[in-house]
Design a protein around this ligand. Structure first.
Ligand code: ADP
Ligand code: ZN
Length: 711
């Protein structure tokens, strides 16, 4: 059995060996047994049901909660030459009938559908007339009422056990916690399933958490090292999402917003672009999440603190699904804590629930202030032990300095107490530093014993100290009042001098793009300088093929496969077949074309094509020609002429390319249309606009008119 499975793996998928427990899982299901698979994102869950589906006779039925996920998988299988289809609401009645007929004729191997569709009595009756290879229940944690992805329809999937007692069922999820696991087993009637639990470590993700100083600058520095890579920036509020996305565009980064407040079409369009284009940054609330199967998300950045380690793990986990190096970066500060605590306070739910949430938040804060290996702490929270520090997180590579903060902590707490436990950190720091301002004088705080006792430390050090006191629960935020600090019960022993306190020393914040401590994982770019050109050529070819086939680029080949081509430089089809990810079908379809690029023959044109493609992306993201010129490192004149070309080919609208005032646009259009017959050349009208309108603008307007009238 395993031998056959190996052959399918190589021939169809182009991979040499199974990863982790894939082999065992596939064997179990192929032989007809049930399985519960807990594997982290990117672990390779899909193969666990796709390979047995190909090994067993009949139709494999895959339950998936989102159309986007289904379509992604169907497109991927399609490219591999496997007959797959998804049955969803986007199909017309006619198309559904056709699909049913194809299924009856045995022409479909894998059918993807949503749970609510599967459990319709008519559907179940239909399936009972067929030979079913297996049922796969993807994202099985959706059955859990406690998780945030709860889908009531999943609860009905339990009946499959009774209706199809002889068909193996495999449930898969990347959600690790014990409670969800048990719920899956009971709700889906998987008592006889063998459990396959993998490590939840994501070794390719580099974790870094930095104190928030000037968050936007810090973010820019982080992004600056990752130009051209796709990533997600998470923010807490919709407004902040909009602001940050606009700011990034201003700064020359192609960014798109995503949150629940945007019209459904905009959201869908932005998501589609994120999947289909390369190098876009999605600025999003957590509404952007499940269903993002894009394998080459190179980084996830948090500008606000997630509310639990579960959320942090899940959100950061969207990076690096393809196994290549990826970054999880976060900036956090005291204000985050205030905000989250306030949200928690105001949330619905009973006291017990709030207490649980509070504990979860505390665990998140503890990770931020942690001095040991971040990965060890994170995995430990999910009941997994990592024996050695990972060597692949900020704490491991920078080394954390701690210092004895007992005395200053007491001074800080004393400042909280003496001022009446109602002021925020800003004022408290002013008191400690002995600053002279109106607020201090109004309240007579210059007369306090603590006034000015902290002059030997900087403002930043005091802020860091207060942040850590709150994170450790030694001071509390007064949520009924104005968010000032109060003493908490746990700080008494410290005040009485019974215990001492070691705190983390913040690294000097760096906002330049030099040096690795702002953002840098050791490998923030996948390819080295001298490989760049060929890499871009490979990507350009992939993009062209993807456009022709109407699929995202990663469906043609994942980055890891392109990277292996780049490094191993296959020179013949048989060498190409050895590259991981090149199966028989793809070899036949694309092998020659990629060999040609590697051989150097087709190098020049794709690079230019690539530049053009990037240009239209940037223009669509709302960048001005000057910004685009900066980003692409070419002259503005060049940008205008490429924009005009793109407009002429109708790849870009004039509105996307330029932001012209309406009356000026009308004036220019009139100038072109004044005469009879053909459009005059730009040179004929340039004079009348002088320096008022750049010549490049005229070219663009002319191109738009020409395209419109097909002249
Ligand atoms: P998950 O669903 O667990 O997040 P996927 O099934 O999407 O993960 O797999 C992640 C990536 O790893 C995909 O690009 C997939 O093709 C690749 N992959 C899976 N199994 C293997 C394997 N045995 N060898 C090489 N690549 C694999
Ligand atoms: Zn570590």
């Amino acid at each position: 059995m395993l031998e056959q499975a190996q052959r399918v793996l190589k021939d169809i998928f182009g991979y040499d060996s199974f990863r982790g427990r894939q082999g065992a899982i596939i064997e179990r299901v192929a032989k007809g047994g049930d399985a519960l698979v807990l594997m982290p994102t990117g672990g390779g869950k899909s193969l666990c049901f796709q390979v047995p589906a190909l090994l067993r006779p009949g139709l494999a039925v895959v339950v998936s909660p989102l159309i986007a996920l289904m379509e992604d998988q169907v497109a991927t299988l399609d490219e591999l030459g496997v007959a797959a289809a998804s049955l969803n609401s986007t199909l017309s009645a006619e198309q559904q009938r056709e699909l049913a007929a194809r299924i009856r004729r045995g022409e479909v191997k894998m059918l993807y559908l949503a749970p609510e569709r599967l459990v319709q009595p008519r559907m179940l009756d239909f399936l009972r007339t067929l030979d079913i290879a297996l049922f796969a229940i993807d994202e099985a944690h959706c059955v859990s009422q406690w998780g945030h992805d709860f889908r009531p329809e999943y609860l009905q999937l339990g009946q499959l056990a009774e209706l199809f007692p002889d068909v193996p069922r495999i449930a898969l999820t990347a959600t690790a916690d014990m409670r969800t696991r048990e719920e899956i087993v009971t709700r889906l009637h998987l008592q006889n399933a063998e459990r396959f639990l993998s490590s939840f470590d994501r070794p390719n993700i580099f974790y870094r958490i930095v104190p928030k100083e000037q968050p936007r600058k810090q973010l820019l520095a982080f992004l600056g090292e990752r130009r051209g890579n796709a990533g997600i920036v998470y923010c807490l509020s919709r407004k902040k999402v909009d602001d940050v996305a606009a700011y990034l565009c201003d700064q020359g980064f192609p960014a798109l917003p995503y949150h629940a407040g945007l019209p459904a079409e905009t959201r869908a369009a932005n998501q589609r672009r994120f999947l289909n284009e390369e190098g876009l940054i999605m600025v999003a609330t957590i509404a952007f999440g499940m269903g993002i199967d894009k394998p080459n998300v190179r980084f996830v950045a948090h500008l606000d603190l997630p509310k639990s380690l579960e959320a942090y793990y899940q959100e950061t986990g969207r990076a690096g699904r393809d196994g290549l190096p990826a970054d999880a970066w976060m900036a956090y500060g005291l204000q985050d804590m205030v905000m989250l605590k306030q949200m928690l306070q105001n949330s619905e739910g009973d006291e017990r629930h709030k207490r649980i949430e509070q504990h979860k938040l505390d665990a998140m804060l503890a990770l931020c202030e942690e001095t040991r290996c971040r990965r060890q702490i994170l995995l430990n929270y999910f009941d997994e032990e990592l024996l050695q520090p990972c060597g692949h997180c900020d704490n491991c590579i920078d080394g954390v300095q701690t210092w004895d903060a007992t005395e200053p902590a007491r001074q800080a707490l004393s400042a909280v107490y003496r001022t009446g436990q109602r002021y925020g950190v800003g004022h408290l720091v002013d008191v400690l530093l002995g600053r002279d301002n109106e607020k201090i004088r109004n309240f007579g705080h210059e007369k306090l014993a603590v006034y000015g006792v902290g002059k030997d430390r900087s403002e930043g050090e005091w802020r860091s100290l207060f942040r850590q006191l709150v994170a450790r629960g030694l001071a509390d935020i007064d949520l009924e009042g104005y968010g000032g600090l109060r003493l908490s019960d746990t700080c008494r022993p410290l005040l009485r001098g019974e215990i001492s306190l070691e705190l983390r020393r913040d690294l000097k914040p760096q906002t330049t793009s030099k040096g690795s401590s702002i953002g840098g994982s050791p490998a923030s770019q996948l390819v080295r300088g001298e490989e760049r050109e060929q890499w871009e050529a490979l990507r350009a070819l992939r993009r062209k093929l993807a456009e022709e086939h109407g699929v995202p680029p990663y469906v043609i080949f994942p980055d890891s496969t392109l990277l292996e081509m780049l490094r191993s430089q296959p020179a013949s089809l048989s060498e190409m077949a050895r590259v991981s990810g090149v199966g028989a079908r793809k070899l036949e379809r694309y092998g020659e074309a990629f060999l040609e690029v590697l051989g150097g023959a087709a190098e020049a044109p794709p690079v230019v094509a690539d530049l053009r493609h990037e240009l239209t992306s940037l223009a669509r993201a709302g960048m001005t020609p000057a910004q685009i010129a900066g980003q692409l490192n070419c002259s503005e004149k060049n940008v205008y002429s490429m924009l005009a070309e793109a407009i002429g080919r109708q790849q870009l609208s004039l509105e996307q390319a330029l932001d012209l005032p309406e009356d000026l646009l009308a004036e220019v259009q009139d100038a072109f249309l004044d005469g009879e017959g053909e459009l005059p050349p730009v040179s004929a009208i340039a004079e009348q606009f002088g320096t008022r309108v750049p010549e490049g603008v005229l070219y663009c307007v002319r191109a738009a008119l020409a395209a419109e009238f097909e002249m």
